[in-house]
Every structure is written in structure tokens, then in C-alpha cells.
Design a binder for this molecule. Sequence first.
Ligand code: FE
Length: 207
Amino acid sequence: MQRRRFLKQSLAGSVLLGCGTQTMAREPRAVSSGGTSSEPLRTCGVTEPNIEGPFFRARAPFRGREGSPHDASLLGEGMRGRAMHLRGIVRDTDCRPVAGAMIEVWHADHDGAYDNDGFDFRARLRTADDGRYRLHTIVPGHYRVGDGFRPAHIHAKIHVPGRPVLTTQLYFPDDPYNESDPFIRASLIMNTTSSAEGLLAEFDFTA
Ligand code: FE
């Protein structure tokens, strides 16, 4: 009897789990006798929002490399700055990767200036079937706000169908202005490592 119930739960679990890489991370919830649960097995907290700021421009171009909208490059001729390569996954609140989620990114150039006439350092991306995205750009510069400077940051909007748009910003560890910035949140600091190709950064969104 016990064994049969265990098998039943395992099967129910595998149907609900659906996608490969998340399976190991989930623990099936105990099912009360005779009942089935449609609740998710695990929930992911939504990424902390952060202010939009004054420089957002809608309808930036898709800049997918080789026609892949999940792998975008903002790099162009004559752009100065340290190369950075950001990658990550967009998940929903059930922790499932979201295919085809739209990401809008915008950031300042090496000197801390936004392109408010054109679309330099602005793009839209779409996540791949496994929820992944990649962005190739430069580390943004600092810009003055009031008496101080904002730490380097990348603005982002995440559009997951059926969910409110998530507007947030990503920050860099060890930026000299992190400590004085009123907007930065610890949960929005990317994981970074240096490499010969530039800075490698990772950030997963939940929206
Ligand atoms: Fe900004």
C-alpha cells in the first residue's frame, strides 16, 4: 500500500515537473490521502524591482547574433569600454524557464552617457527555448546624480506573458559607488568573473 502510494506520487511529480534540468531541484510535496494538488512543487521569488529612471526608450532593435534573438550584441565600431558578456535564464514563479520572454536592456556608454537620440547600448532580446539569454556589451560608465555618482548598472525590463512587467537594474560587485547609492539592492548584484574576453556576468531573472 505504502509502495503504491509512493509510486503514484512519483508519477504525479514527474508529470508536474515537466522540464529536465529543474527536476533534481524539486521535492515532491506530500499529497494528502485521496487528494491531488495542483499547487506548484516549488516557487521562485520574483526578482526585486528597481526604478526605471528617466532614460528608457521603447522599441529598441533586436540585435541577435546570427539571427538568434536570445544572443544579442550591443557592440559596434568605435565603441570604447571593457567588454562584458552577460548570460542567464528567465524563470516564472514556478521556477520553470520561460521560452520567448522579452527582455529590454539599456545602459550608459563608457563615459556614463545614454544615447537618447538613437539606440546605442539599447536592445530587445527574446529568451531561447530553455529560457536562456546572452548579451554582449561593455561595462557601463558612472554618471552624476545630485552630489554623487551612480554605480555602474544595466537597466532591464522582463516581459513574461501573463505577468506584470518587471522593471529592474543589475549591478556590479566592487563598484566604488555601490555603498553610497540609494537604489542598489544586494539581490541585484550580478555574479562576475574576469576572463581574457572581458568580464563574464551571470544573472537569472524571475518574473
Ligand atoms: Fe541608469
